[in-house]
Design a protein around this ligand. Structure first.
Ligand code: SF4
Length: 254
């Protein structure tokens, strides 16, 4: 599965400088949450800043890349240089993204950390400049595709494109594996062409599905989220791969 890094304030977490959030109820984001693919980050909190905190802007509208290079500063509304916190937070986000293999991020627009197409010019007069914040600039350096909260459809398309390429790269016979949750158990299915309506016909108590994902992604997910599987996730997924059937009921330690 392709994970997606998302600004914590868009997820309703009260981490903004003023103690509030910027909760986004878009259906795409809600679906990502139900698929378990969202990884939350607030770079400013990760960088050691408190909630609430004074508003901050990048001095001179220089943009996040210059801050990373040590050529510009982030200054709060009291005149305090908070650049080190912003750079630490950006590095934390980059490490998190690397650890989860993240290639797509949706970040809150306009923030001195998360802004992707604009930030503010350092005058605290709401003057926009077309340069990214510190974390957005850092993630771009690692090749991560950055989108704002008004570009969720584009981000979703990119995720599906990456997943389709991942399956294709496994070879012409490779098919994705879908994880099925029902009220009475969990299943793996290789029938990735099926829709949720088809799943409901097979499993009347169908609840939700994840995938199709690569075999490696399914094993990773099951190891993390269901460590009580027995035999271990890897054996169960490979049992499905070698079987004639297209479904496998997952078993757990009793
Ligand atoms: S740093 Fe990013 S995640 Fe944190 S409050 Fe600001 S915009 Fe939201």
């Amino acid at each position: 599965m392709e994970y997606v890094l998302v600004s914590a304030c868009l997820l309703g977490q009260a981490v903004r400088y003023n103690g509030g959030d910027k909760r986004c109820d878009d259906d795409i984001l809600q679906r990502w949450l139900s698929e378990g693919r969202v990884v939350a980050i607030c770079p400013e909190v990760a960088g050691g800043l408190p909630v609430p905190r004074p508003a901050a802007e990048i001095a001179g509208g220089a943009g996040g890349r210059k801050v990373l290079e040590g050529l510009a500063r982030v200054v709060d509304s009291n005149g305090r240089d908070v650049s080190a916190h912003f750079v630490d937070g950006a590095e934390h986000a980059a490490r998190l993204a690397r650890a989860r293999g993240i290639r797509v991020a949706v970040l809150k627009e306009g923030s001195p950390s998360c802004g992707s197409s604009f930030s503010y010019d350092g005058s605290f007069a709401r003057v926009r400049v077309p340069v990214p914040g510190v974390t957005a600039a850092r993630l771009v350096q690692d090749g991560i595709a950055i989108y704002s909260e008004v570009q969720l459809a584009q981000a979703d398309a990119r995720l599906h494109q990456l997943e389709a390429v991942g399956l294709r790269d496994q070879g012409p016979d490779a098919r994705g594996v879908v994880i099925i949750y029902t009220a009475h158990g969990m299943y793996l299915s290789r029938s990735c062409a099926l829709s949720w309506r088809d799943f409901q016909e097979i499993w009347p108590d169908f609840q939700t599905s994840l995938g199709p994902w690569t075999v490696a992604a399914v094993i990773n997910y099951l190891d993390e989220e269901h460590p009580d599987l027995w035999p271990p996730a890897q054996q169960q997924v490979h049992a499905l791969e070698g079987a004639e059937t297209t479904q496998h009921r997952l078993s757990f330690r009793s």
